[in-house]
Design a protein around this ligand. Structure first.
Ligand code: AGP
Length: 608
């Protein structure tokens, strides 16, 4: 979390503000900017501005004041150390105002370093771990503000830090930016007019023609003229960075989340394009370093993921188990039991939209150290995880900006189904049916999204709820979990999801007159048992909201019905999730929540 952007070149601060806007999905509780105008003036104080809130709040405060700056760094924050206040917002500056730092990550030996700083006469003005970096650097550098001395002093400070970081520093009298990376991403971009540093390559589309990724442990002094790198790994190498930045523009939709829900038919089409044959007989997910034979002969496949991606992974496990014999399980990345399930002839696949999730990266690293193969199913091209694994399959969902993941969930599930088909025996009788279903899905999704999905009366029912219970069985138990997570994260209503079979083992205690229960019950082998669950809830006074594609008398027991199209039972999760994502969206809008930037969350979670 947190986004860092820095620029050397014309109107550096304004470009940095634009970079921060593009990085805002990484954290948005506060933002700040530091800039130098005349880099030959050794006594010029670094100009700074900070604001609680969004980058737009910072831009309002800046109000053109930083125009014509020569060099700038900026930050958009997701608080880890210290509350969300202007004082804790980055940049943090030395007490003489001659250097400023921005930082992403967590310094773990903060207490130890703080007491050291204190005894040397430095005092902290914020509650952050970042501020100590600037004091340590100020102490190490003294008065010799030259690039060479600064790089050496910076190196000595970095050597004392424990934890994870991406750091950028500007110092008066110097025409470059000091940067360091360890466990948090940092990339350098350059063009004829600018050199930039950024937490990810996305903001650099359109302004930098080439980019280079720093490795963990790298420290550098970046200026227009050259880049001095201290690195233990291979030399910094620039690669062309072509493409356009697609702005976060909801177009005709009110929010990005709504747009992204409606992107799904196209996104799904892109996920299967070239992976499903036109005659509908074959499906193949390529891109893995192991060929399909080796994949089939693995001792096990582990899927590691967090949040929504984890629920897609759970669904993927069901598909793989139904179509192949390869032992497979999905694990929350932060709970990955590598000691028991890693090792030789295993494959651990990260399932991730952003490709930056630190818990997932850590799980992969542990799998690699244990001697297993690693791979990824990821949306963001060239993200940290995609580069770390070096093999795997992209989701091709297109950029997903809303913090609440929707189209990525669908594409993860689709790509995992393609993996299941790749692992399956070509004589498997289910294959042809599933492949046909996949090919038909984009059109079916589009038809459904264009139909009248009337959710208003359900929103009326839910709007004052203290809690919402979601139940489903089989593959739709994971849809229940995903739908509950989504409603909770954007509507801020506590939501609980359980497989229907577990209802009697605890959650039924929650039910009283009017408790909303969303029951996902498409026409499949689980339906009769779901019907029993619905009766159990309704007879205790629950307002059951039934999601089904079946004409059924059980509707008489339900307060509302969400109708989905008839589909192959295997593919029903793709249909079930769309109205539930929409329902979470509509409820959040009714409650006047910030749908695309829900409180306390960030789009990519790069701290553990
Ligand atoms: C989804 O709506 C969430 N915001 C969150 O659970 C997310 O899915 C999780 O953090 C994993 O992110 P990733 O797919 O980028 O790894």
């Amino acid at each position: 979390m947190c986004g860092i952007f820095g620029t050397i070149g014309d109107d550096a601060a304004m470009r940095t503000l634009e970079g921060l806007r593009r990085l805002e999905y990484r954290g948005y509780d506060s933002a700040g900017l530091a800039a130098l105008f005349d880099t030959s003036d050794k006594d010029a104080r670094v100009e700074t501005e900070r604001a609680v809130g969004y980058v737009s709040d910072l831009a309002t405060k800046v109000n053109g004041r930083f125009k014509d700056s020569a060099i700038a760094i900026g930050h958009t924050r997701w608080a880890t150390h210290g509350g969300v206040t202007e004082v804790n917002a980055h940049p943090h500056s030395s007490s003489d105002g001659l250097m400023s730092v921005v930082h992403n990550g967590i310094i773990e030996n903060t207490s130890e370093l703080l007491s050291e700083i204190g005894t040397s006469g430095y005092s902290m003005t914020s509650e952050t771990d970042t501020e100590l970096i600037v004091h340590l650097l100020h102490q190490a550098l003294g008065d010799q503000r030259t690039p060479k001395a600064a790089l050496e002093a910076f190196q000595s400070v970095i050597a004392r830090l424990e934890g994870a970081w991406a750091i950028a520093v500007i110092i008066s009298g110097m025409n470059g930016i000091l940067i360091a990376k360890n466990g948090a991403p940092l990339v350098i971009g350059r063009s004829d007019s600018w050199v930039s540093v950024s937490s990810d390559p996305l903001p650099l589309y359109g302004s930098c023609s080439e980019v280079a990724y720093l490795d963990d442990g790298d420290i550098a002094y970046v200026s227009r003229e050259n880049i001095d790198v201290i690195s233990e790994s291979a030399e910094l190498s620039f690669a062309p960075h072509q493409g356009d930045y697609s702005p976060e523009d909801p177009g005709v939709f009110a929010h990005m989340m709504l747009k992204e829900i409606h992107d799904q038919p196209t996104a799904f089409q892109n996920a299967i394009a070239g992976r499903v044959s036109a005659d509908g007989k074959n499906a193949m997910l390529s891109g893995f370093e192991l060929d399909s034979n080796d994949l089939r002969n693995l001792d096990r496949i582990n899927l590691v993921a967090c949040g929504t991606a984890f629920f897609a992974a759970k669904l993927g496990v069901r598909y793989i188990r139904s179509l192949s014999k390869v032992p497979v399980e999905a694990y929350l990345s932060s709970e990955f039991p590598v000691e028991s399930v890693g090792g030789k002839n295993t494959l651990t696949i990260a399932v991730t939209q952003s490709g930056e999730t630190k818990d997932t990266l850590d799980a992969l690293t542990r799998a690699k150290v244990a001697g297993g193969h690693i791979s990824s199913i990821c949306n963001v091209i060239d993200s940290t995880i995609a580069r770390f694994t070096g093999n795997g399959a992209y989701l091709y969902a297109g950029p997903e900006y809303s913090v609440a993941s929707t189209k990525a969930f669908t594409n993860m599930s689709a790509v995992l189904m393609l993996l299941a088909l790749t692992l399956s025996d070509t004589n498997n009788p289910e294959r042809a049916r599933v492949i046909r279903g996949l090919r038909e899905m984009p059109q079916r999704m589009s038809n459904y999204l264009h139909s009248e999905i009337d959710l208003d009366s359900i929103v009326d029912l839910l709007v004052d709820s203290k809690t919402v219970l979601f139940i489903g069985r089989g593959p739709n138990s994971h849809i229940a979990s995903e739908a509950a997570l989504k409603m909770m994260e954007i509507a801020y209503i506590p939501c609980i999801a359980y497989p229907g079979g577990e209802l009697k083992h605890g959650p039924i205690a929650l039910i009283e007159e009017g408790t909303p229960v969303i029951a996902i019950a498409p026409d499949d082998s689980h339906y009769p048992k779901m019907e029993a669950n619905i009766r159990e809830c309704a007879s205790r006074g629950a307002n059951v909201i039934l999601l089904t594609n079946k004409e059924t008398p059980i509707e008489d027991y339900c307060a509302r019905v969400i109708r989905t199209p008839i589909t192959d039972p295997f593919l029903s999760p793709f249909m079930s999730i769309m109205p539930l994502h929409l329902l979470a969206y509509r409820l959040a809008v009714r409650l006047d929540r910030n749908v695309d930037r829900p409180r306390n969350l960030a789009k990519s979670v790069t701290v553990v």
